[in-house]
Structure formats: structure tokens, C-alpha cells
Design a binder for this molecule. Structure first.
Ligand code: ADP
Length: 463
């Protein structure tokens, strides 16, 4: 399945994207502004030059033509690129062109209105700004034109653009890093809340999520989740209470039914059919009693009412006793029960004898049940690293990989065992709870058609 992008990543991308777009818009606005300023500045330069030329023409008005032309030529070569021209009313050059370039320069057409004009023309592969203005010299109507290259403006604009583009990678990096940092910071409480929510399960429903005192959506979210947990805890506790009460109250009638059926069976006068029916009642009520007992145990475990006092005891004795009970059952199914309990050292743990015996009994009972006859069941006790390990190994039907993670769930029975072997799917849940009560680790390894090994590792510090 395609993994969705995390919120931090999406926020980082958004942040980077918006920052980038903002920077582009800002850059474009700045570029336009700079362009405008430079064009204005060009206009100003040309206008000032033309004012000086007009002053010169006014000063020269009473001089002879040769002197005027000389002054104009001097002015032209001293200013700009010498690209200026004075036109008469018919649009013809009123003075000889001071420099060759001006003669071939593509001066724009003077408008009919004879008004001022400021425009761009191209000459020899370059762009020029041209300012043309009307000017009256007494009764004479003249038109002054002056040109300046745009190249300097281009250099400034190109430099600006290069700087703008060169700063993009750095800006993207800074904006993405900033975006990531800010989004991580903003979402840190979410990580804390989800980490805490992950630790909450049916076994610790009284736990609550941390509430960040920020007054924002995150605080409201945690408070809402906590309120939901509170409701769930109440509902689960009512169900547990009901299960405990029901299994407790049903024990009496079930044992009464069994006793009545057993008494009836002792009567020699009953016929064969009735005997078979009473026999079934006895066997079914035994199963029902076992189920009720298991339910009651788990209900008490859930309510943490299993007030068992842990005392120092020798693990070997507990295992021995469980094996003694299992031996006749194994023999009945033609299984070989091999018990190898290392007697060279003490296996002392802090525990409850009855609970531990029940735990080993559940594992031995399963080994007997789920191993085809004649099978082999081995029970071992060993000490490795800082753990005391009891292992129950069989060469039975095994458990498939899909079933393995679920066999400790309540009422879970792996497929091959359903309907074929008696049971209610509660044994391993109880075994697990007893192991946890002793801070022991219950693990399983299994290969289908080859066998299963359960191990209970007690911490050696409990010695
Ligand atoms: P039950 O034995 O009453 O069905 P358990 O909780 O003891 O319930 O076991 C759950 C399931 O795990 C069993 O139904 C069975 O499928 C599987 N199982 C347990 N122990 C063994 C074993 N030694 N070999 C094969 N399967 C096992």
C-alpha cells in the first residue's frame, strides 16, 4: 500500500512552496521596480542633456551658422555617444549631423502632433532609448532628439536577476528546513499523544493521555480522547463484573446438575440409553464447570483481584507436581513424557504454587491434547544468562505462523483444533496472565506437523 505523506512533510512542502512563490513574486515586483527606476533615470539623463542643448541653441541664436554648427558638434561629441539630432519643422536635420553614427541611426518618426516622445529603438543589435522634444528658437520650430544605450540598464537588471535566481536554492533550503522545524515543533505533542495512546489497551484502560495545556485543538483532542477512554473503561468494567458474577453464579447450578447425573448413574436399575445420557450430562457439565472456572479466573485477573501472595518456592517442585498429574493422561494417549529437571542447583523463584502448577498444567495438557498418539513430550528446566527457563516441548501438530500471534487471545482456537480437540480457547490466556503475575516471559515456537515448544523464562533476580 502506498504510504501517505506525513503531516510534517506536507507542511514542509507547503511552507517551502509558498515561500518560494512569495519570493518569486517579490523578486518580480523588485525587478519591475528597478527596471522602471532605471528607465526613469535614462529619461532624466536625456532630458537634462536636451535642456543643456536647448540652452546652447538659445545662446547661439545670434551667432553665424558656422559658429552654431561648431558649438553643436562640440556639444555632441562631449555628451553621451554623440547621438543627438536637431530637426526642422519638415523633419529634416536642421544642423549637420555631428557624428557618423547619428546619420545612420534609426531615429523614430516625429509624431504629427509634434509632442514629446520617449521610446525604445534597436540599432546595430543594441537597444536604445530615444527622447524627442519640441523646441522653439524664436519663430523657428525645432525638434531635438537624443539617444542613450539601454545596455547599462540591462547589465544592472541581469545582475539583479542572476542574484535572484542564485538565491533560490539557498532560500528553498532555508524555507524547507524552517518549515520542517516549525511543523515538527507544532506536531511534537501529537507524537507524544499517539505514543501514549499506543500503550493503552484493554489491560490498562485506566491510563490517560497527556493533555498539553495549550488551549488549542490538541488540548481539546486529548481531552476528548480521555473522555472516551473513561466511557470505555466504565463499559469494560461493567462487562467484566457481569462475566465474573455470571460465571460465579452459574457454578452452583452446573455442579448440581453434575451431582444429580452422577447419583443417577449409580442407580443399577437405569437402562442403557439413560445411562449414556447421564454420562453425557456428567461430561458436558465437567466441561462447563472448567469453562466457568477459567472465565472466573480471567475476570478476577482483569479486576486485579487475584490477591495471591508470592512466596519463595522451588520451581522444580512445581514442575514435578504438574508432571505427576499429567503422567497418567499422557500414558492414556500412549505419549512418552520425559522430564529432565536439573537437580544440581536450586531454582528458587518468588511465586504462587497453585498458580504456577496451573500454568504448567495448561501447557502439559495442551501438549498431550495436540500431539497425535504415540507422541513425545519433554519437560526441561534450565538456567541461562539471568533467567530460569521451563520448557515444554512436543512433537505434535504444531501451530501455523498465522495462528501463532493469536493463540494467547481469549477464546482463540487454531483451526485444526476446532471441533476435534476439547477446549475453550482460554487456557493460554490464563497461562499468560499467570506468567505476567510472576514477571515471567511466556514464549512459543512451533513448526506445523513437527511440534511446539513453550518456554517460560523467570527473571533470575526473583530467586
Ligand atoms: P484450548 O486448548 O482450550 O483450545 P488454549 O488457549 O490452551 O485453548 O490454546 C489455544 C490454541 O492454541 C489451541 O486451540 C490450539 O490450537 C493451540 N495450541 C496450544 N497449545 C498447542 C500445542 N502444544 N500444539 C499445537 N497447538 C497448540
Amino acid at each position: 500500500m502506498k504510504r501517505p505523506w506525513s503531516i510534517s512533510l506536507r507542511l514542509t512542502l507547503w511552507f517551502g512552496g509558498i515561500f518560494f512563490l512569495g519570493w518569486l513574486l517579490f523578486g518580480a515586483a523588485m525587478w519591475w521596480n528597478l527596471h522602471h527606476t532605471l528607465v526613469n533615470e535614462r529619461y532624466g539623463t536625456l532630458a537634462r542633456r536636451e535642456e543643456r542643448l536647448e540652452k546652447l541653441l538659445l545662446a547661439d541664436r545670434n551667432r553665424n551658422v558656422a559658429e552654431r554648427m561648431q558649438d553643436f558638434a562640440g556639444f555632441a561629441s562631449a555628451t553621451g555617444h554623440g547621438l543627438c539630432e536637431i530637426l526642422d519643422e519638415q523633419g529634416r536635420p536642421a544642423y549637420p549631423v555631428p557624428r557618423g553614427e547619428a546619420q545612420y541611426f534609426p531615429w523614430p518618426q516625429v509624431k504629427d502632433s509634434g509632442a514629446e516622445q520617449f521610446e525604445q529603438v534597436g540599432a546595430a543589435g543594441e537597444s536604445w532609448w530615444v527622447l524627442g522634444r519640441p523646441f522653439s528658437l524664436g519663430s523657428e520650430k525645432l525638434y531635438v532628439m537624443d539617444a542613450a544605450p539601454e545596455a547599462d540598464n540591462r547589465v544592472v537588471l541581469d545582475r539583479f536577476l542572476t542574484g535572484l535566481l542564485a538565491s533560490i536554492p539557498l532560500l528553498l533550503l532555508i524555507s524547507s528546513a524552517g518549515g520542517y522545524f516549525l511543523s515538527r515543533r507544532a506536531l511534537l505533542p501529537v507524537d507524544r499523544i499517539s505514543a501514549s495512546a499506543r500503550t493503552i489497551s484493554i489491560t490498562n484502560l485506566s491510563q490517560r493521555l497527556p493533555v498539553p495545556r495549550t488551549g488549542d485543538e490538541l488540548q481539546r483532542l486529548s481531552e476528548t480522547c480521555n473522555a472516551m477512554l473513561e466511557r470505555l473503561e466504565g463499559a469494560v468494567s461493567r462487562i467484566r463484573q457481569f462475566t465474573a458474577d455470571a460465571s460465579h453464579d452459574l457454578r452452583g447450578p452446573v455442579s448440581f446438575m453434575r451431582t444429580v447425573a452422577e447419583v443417577a448413574l449409580r442407580n443399577p436399575k437405569i437402562d442403557a440409553d439413560s445411562r449414556a445420557s447421564f454420562g453425557e450430562i456428567v461430561s458436558e457439565s465437567e466441561n462447563a464447570a472448567a469453562l466457568l472456572e477459567n472465565l472466573l479466573t480471567l475476570a478476577r485477573a482483569d479486576a486485579e483481584r487475584a490477591d495471591v501472595a508470592l512466596v519463595t518456592l522451588d520451581l522444580r517442585h512445581v514442575v514435578e507436581e504438574a508432571c505427576e498429574v499429567a503422567q497418567p493422561l499422557a500414558a492414556e494417549r500412549q505419549h512418552t513424557l520425559l522430564v529432565d529437571l536439573d537437580s544440581s542447583r536450586n531454582y528458587r523463584v518468588m511465586g504462587d504454587f497453585a498458580s504456577l502448577r496451573r500454568l504448567f498444567w495448561i501447557l502439559l495438557d495442551n501438549a498431550v491434547k495436540y500431539t497425535p498418539s504415540p507422541g513425545r513430550i519433554e519437560v526441561g528446566l534450565s538456567c541461562c544468562a539471568d533467567e530460569l527457563v521451563v520448557a515444554v516441548r512436543d512433537n505434535g501438530i504444531g501451530i501455523s505462523e498465522e495462528d501463532l500471534p493469536r493463540i494467547f487471545d481469549r477464546f482463540y482456537r487454531a483451526d485444526p483444533s476446532r471441533g476435534q480437540v476439547e477446549g475453550n480457547g482460554l487456557g493460554l490466556s490464563i497461562a499468560k496472565w499467570i506468567a505476567e503475575m510472576h514477571r515471567a516471559r511466556l514464549s512459543v515456537a512451533s513448526v506445523v506437523h513437527s511440534g511446539t515448544t513453550f518456554e517460560i523464562a523467570f527473571p533470575a533476580d526473583a530467586e
